[in-house]
Write a protein that binds this ligand. Structure first.
Ligand code: TYM
Length: 334
């Protein structure tokens, strides 16, 4: 708790351009929950290094992600929004927690298996211990709740296991965090292959809606979205493409599945795809406009980067010092 509020922690990797999946699965929930909790949101730039980055592009993209959090509606005066690499406690805590994590449990992580298959020429140790750094992120802030999409739940589970293991030995050091998955939008699928999740790193740009795509591009991508050969708009297992579009429309319009199937009863795929596209354009419009304004105000963004990094350092350092002491590391002489 900070004051009378519970603590919320979340973040995104600064890899690739943010997609509608990131928005509906995570960012949108962050905004909904931000008044109720004391919130910390990281731009996870250290995690991004598990894949080779072009330094100049990476720097630009990380800053863009930072700005996007604010453009989407997070108030940087009320929420602590910061770069993971600006707070050294993350890397330090990750080392300590590495010593409480087993090779066996890390080998079972599906994201590690997927990413190793995708980057077979660069299966580095960082990719393997990636969930430990994520556990460090969350546990440093004593988070009660972690809003994520479904794909991150396994990492949250290992975070809880590590925290419980540590607490069993050293007492109640860490708060055990709960995952928060939204009712809609928790797993948005690719528009070109609805059996795969929509991903920032998809090579096919038509598979993902990027948050800064212009309206024409968004509508075009929805028109091209892969569906099935039928014509009925209903939520059925054999219609993964239509299910995905219904989920997107539900998350953007607030209507539930039944309302949507009724609304499009007897109408064709073309009309439905257009409605989904327009509803996505509508929710992204204010974010895109705010993004332009914020990008023009470098001094403002710089000032909040600095202020929030200090706040995150202060909060995280309290937990790090406590953990170091519990472990028996020699205290600093002041
Ligand atoms: P990342 O950067 O892959 O994704 C950021 C958030 O977006 C969600 N998400 C999706 N939700 C619905 N449908 C999709 N297609 C979709 N794709 C992504 C993810 O579930 C996530 O919530 N390891 C994390 C970043 C991280 C983190 C943390 C998150 C590092 N430390 C601490 C929470 C707490 C990741 O790679 O997310």
């Amino acid at each position: 708790m900070i004051g009378d509020k519970k603590i919320l922690y979340s973040g995104m990797q600064a890899t690739g351009n943010l997609t509608l999946g990131n928005y509906l699965g995570a960012l949108n929930n962050w905004i909904k929950l931000s008044e109720e909790y004391e919130c910390f949101y990281g731009v996870m730039d250290l995690h991004s290094l598990t894949v080779r980055q072009n330094p100049a592009e990476f720097r630009k993209r990380a800053r863009m992600l930072y700005t996007l959090y604010i453009a989407a509606g997070l108030d940087p005066k009320k929420n602590c929004i910061y770069f993971q690499s600006h707070v050294s406690a993350h890397a330090e805590m990750a080392w300590l927690l590495n010593c409480f994590t087993y090779m066996g449990e890390l080998s079972r992580m599906t994201q590690f298996k997927d990413k190793s298959a995708k980057h077979a020429d660069n299966i580095n140790a960082g990719l393997f211990t990636y969930p430990v750094l994520m556990a460090a992120d969350i546990l440093l802030y004593q988070a009660d709740v972690v809003p994520v999409g479904i794909d991150q739940l396994q990492h949250l589970e290992i975070t809880r296991d590590i925290a419980e293991r540590f607490n069993n030995i050293y007492g109640d050091v860490f708060t055990i965090p709960e995952g928060y998955v939204g009712k809609t939008g928790a797993k948005i699928m690719s528009l070109q292959d609805p059996t795969k999740k929509m991903s920032k790193s998809d090579e096919n740009i038509n598979a993902s809606i990027y948050l800064l795509d212009d309206p024409d591009t968004i509508i075009r991508k929805f028109k091209r979205a892969v569906t099935d050969s039928g014509s009925e708009i209903c939520y059925r297992e054999d219609k993964p493409g239509i299910c995905n579009l219904i989920d997107i429309y539900s998350a953007t319009s607030g209507k539930n599945r039944d309302e949507i199937t009724r609304e499009f009863d007897g109408k064709g795929y073309g009309e439905f795809k257009l409605a989904v596209g327009e509803s996505v354009v509508d929710i992204l419009k204010p974010l895109q406009a705010r993004m332009k304004e914020l990008q023009a105000d470098k001094a403002y963004i710089d000032s909040i980067i600095k202020e929030n990094a200090e706040k995150a350092s202060y909060t995280s350092m309290k937990t790090l010092r406590k953990v170091q002491k519990k472990l028996g590391l020699t205290e600093r002489i002041r």
